[in-house]
Design a protein around this ligand. Structure first.
Ligand code: SF4
Length: 584
């Protein structure tokens, strides 16, 4: 129980369960006990659609129960450690060891030390090989599993791709062998071999890796018969028949995305060369318009939320978007429910749809040109039309919008200072466009991130710029924007991007670095308030690993640490697209 210490911690409401619509199943009566673990705070985890889907889906199985764990904040961790107490599940305060399966959602490489912290606070050995049949099988899913290798030491299994069908197959198989495994009659390696036959399941202990003198992988092979050489990412074929939560949990405390999130599509019809999400959610699928409206209606009725957001990688490309928005507005406008859209394409605003968008909450418009110059947008294969953008922005300003948010990246291969100037010029133009409708210039918020050439994208072979270069380019933009009062610029922390680059492109040898950093006290590395790069610097040194090795350009014929995973996006296509970027 935590109840006796909750008055000593910040935001105690985040540790109190029994939210509206939370499932309250009988823990002891369930045959399969699944711990769903999100390695960040409750307010982030409950804003994650995947967490809500898995929680609802697993609890819909009659003989299973799924309970949630979130990372305790620093203050609660301190109290737990001081008093030698364990982290417990949110829902009915169970110990992690009481569960059969412990499934982590890995959404960011900067959450890796939190994974170890949760295992440690649950008094589980951190390394998979040190956990026998008395412990739960520890599983990971989520976008980071497109390259699971840096975390290979800590997980028994990775589930690669969309989990809806895959997790059901894992729990079905586990159910069959639970008695034999839990009684110690079936060795763990045998159970892992059986589970590894499920498409999309990767059991890292069943593979051996060797490196050459340069540190490049020269051999990646299964160490048992019958274990697949390649792991094919899973996806649900039909979004309309796949599970979506009908009982929308309403948290007791405010969370980051405090609203209904309604997924209208998975995958993306565009082919931006830097984009990993496209590969992770490949192929493209849509939810039917009628199904979206019905879901929106029932989610509103069961939750009472006054805001609904449509989600998907590129909602602007949803077919019949105008019809969908018309349906949703006629349903929700009389009820006072606001709608919001993620980053949109300019063409969506132009003409008829603008009158619909004008009815949305005016929280600001968001566009992602990614680069200031057309040359680099073409290099990234970014579908962005400047004329449409100008026209759309003018129409939006005429409808009452006063702000616009623009996403840019720096560190694009072949980037020059004139491309950085183009970011400022582009943003100033976007601001000044409002003057054309006889209004003051608009405020433009620029979010400038550092390009990470991620696995399973055409840029995976490209080098990532180093820390000094990231800082120099940020300073360059900062200096040139000093007199532009309408531009508000925020930069991603270069050291965080550097680490994200290393761990997203890394191999098995990095498990030791992550363990070192955890032991030195690294936690919440995605939060600037707790991020401490010095701990990481020392952790790489202690492991004798040069992190810059992972950021170098890679040869096309090199075996990359993630090459055993097939996302469905053809490797020949990635090579062809990469070659187009170097031909420019
Ligand atoms: S960046 Fe956006 S538009 Fe481009 S491929 Fe990725 S999800 Fe699609």
């Amino acid at each position: 129980m935590y109840e006796d210490i909750l008055l000593e911690v910040k935001r105690p409401g985040q540790y109190i369960a029994k939210e509206w619509n939370a499932v309250g199943k009988d823990f002891d009566a369930a045959l399969i006990k699944f711990a769903l673990i999100f390695p960040d705070l409750y307010e982030i985890g409950m804003s994650n659609l995947g967490v809500r889907i898995i929680y609802g889906l697993l609890n819909s199985i009659s003989d299973a129960v799924c309970e949630r764990f979130f990372a305790p904040d620093i203050d609660l961790e301190k109290i737990l450690r001081l008093n030698k107490r364990e982290i417990l599940s949110l829902d009915s305060r169970r110990r992690l060891i009481e569960f059969d399966l412990a499934g982590f959602s890995l959404g960011s490489e900067l959450g890796y030390t939190n994974v170890l912290n949760i295992l440690d606070l649950a008094h589980l050995p951190l390394r998979a090989r040190e956990r026998g049949h008395n412990y739960p099988l520890v599983i990971a899913g989520g976008p980071c599993t497109l390259n699971p290798e840096p975390m290979h030491d800590f997980f028994d299994l990775f589930v690669i791709g969309e989990a809806e069908e895959l997790l059901l197959e894992v729990t079905d198989t586990y159910r069959k062998y639970k008695d034999a495994y839990k009684s110690g009659k079936m060795p763990k390696s045998e159970l892992l071999c059986i589970l590894s036959k499920i498409e999309g399941v990767y059991a890292p202990s069943l593979y051996d890796v060797d490196y050459d003198g340069q540190g490049v992988i020269k051999r990646f092979v299964p160490n048992r018969d019958g274990v697949p050489l390649k792991i094919r990412k899973r996806f649900v074929r039909d979004l309309n028949s796949s599970y979506f939560p009908k009982d929308w949990i309403v948290p007791n405390v405010q969370i980051v995305h405090d609203r209904i999130t309604l997924e209208v599509m998975r995958g993306c019809p565009n082919r931006c060369r830097f984009c990993q999400a496209r590969s992770h959610y490949f192929p493209l699928r849509y939810r039917n318009q009628d199904a979206v409206v019905d879901l929106a209606d029932s989610l509103y009725k069961c939750s009472g939320y006054e805001e609904l957001s449509l989600s998907g990688l590129s909602v602007s490309d949803y077919p019949c978007l105008e019809g969908l928005l018309t349906g949703l507005i006629s349903l929700f406008k009389p009820l006072g429910v606001g709608l919001s859209l993620p980053s949109i394409k300019a063409k969506l605003i132009i003409g008829k749809v603008s009158s619909l968008i004008a009815k949305f909450k005016k929280t600001g418009l968001t566009f992602a040109p990614e680069a200031g110059s057309k040359r680099l947008r073409d290099l990234l294969a970014k579908d962005f039309n400047s004329e449409e953008f100008s026209q759309a922005l003018k129409e939006a300003y005429s409808c009452g919008y006063q702000h616009v948010k623009l996403y840019f990246m720096i560190g694009i291969p072949g980037e020059k200072d004139e491309d950085l100037d183009a970011i400022i010029d582009f943003s100033v133009k976007a601001s000044d466009l409002r003057k054309e409708i006889k209004q003051p210039a608009a405020t433009v918020n620029l979010s400038v991130s550092n390009l990470i050439p991620k696995p399973h994208t055409p840029l995976q072979w490209a080098a990532m710029i180093d820390l000094d270069n990231m800082k120099r380019r940020q300073d360059y933009i900062r200096e040139r924007s000093l007199k532009r009062k309408r531009l508000k610029i925020s930069f991603h922390n270069p050291k965080m991007s550097f680490l994200e680059g290393v761990f997203s492109r890394g191999d098995r040898r990095l498990s030791e670095v992550i363990l070192n950093a955890f032991n030195k006290g690294a936690r919440f590395d995605a939060w600037s308030s707790s991020f401490n790069f010095d701990l990481w610097d020392a952790s790489f040194r202690d492991a004798g690993i040069d992190p810059c090795f992972y950021l170098k350009e890679k040869a096309i014929d090199e075996f990359l640490p993630w090459d055993f995973i097939e996302t469905g996006v053809d490797k020949a296509f990635l090579v062809e697209e990469f070659n187009k970027t170097i031909a420019r």
